[in-house]
Design a protein around this ligand. Sequence first.
Ligand SMILES: [Ca+2]
Ligand SMILES: [Ca+2]
Length: 202
Amino acid sequence: MYQSRTSRLLVLLSSLELLSSIDAQLNNDRPTLDLDFINDALLQQHEELCHFEWLTLENRIDTLRSLLFEAPLVYSNKYYVISKFPHNDSVEAMVYCQAFGGYLAEVDDNDEFNKLQQFFLNSSLVDLVLIAGSDELKEETWKFQRTGVALPFKSWAPKEPNNKEGKEHCLCLDRGKGGEMNDITCSFVRIARFMCELPDST
Ligand SMILES: [Ca+2]
Ligand SMILES: [Ca+2]
């Protein structure tokens, strides 16, 4: 394989050599390649690539964020963003949030809950949105995954949490239940998205 590729290259090179010597002999008016032009074009392209790499790191992060998340809510110097796609499981959702310097949205008090609930209900695309909170380690003991701290605020929908089929150990806001809290499975749910809380919106 290597042999044949090398010999083909040699044939090609010698053909090119032959062509250029014929070209030199004929010295005719055939158009030739404008090497200066090609060189300038390549240089310009290179400069543009360098420019992109040096100047747009923040822009690229912003672009990526807008590709992955709906427009944010800004509240108390934080961004809250809802994903445009479902998560495979809650761990994956947490990794996405971490990648942007944040974590799954943690509801600390009634004010924050009201803001997030309205934000969620106003976002037309989403039926369920995963937020921080799990009772995976101990049933009915709800803690933030990131810190292990007990949830300081809950606003369960009627008849929730119901731990349906013994499989619901993650926390969401549920549009069908007025945006109140519901326990859901931590694994893939087609109609679910996730909400990240990203500190330092300034
Ligand atoms: Ca449960
Ligand atoms: Ca439930």
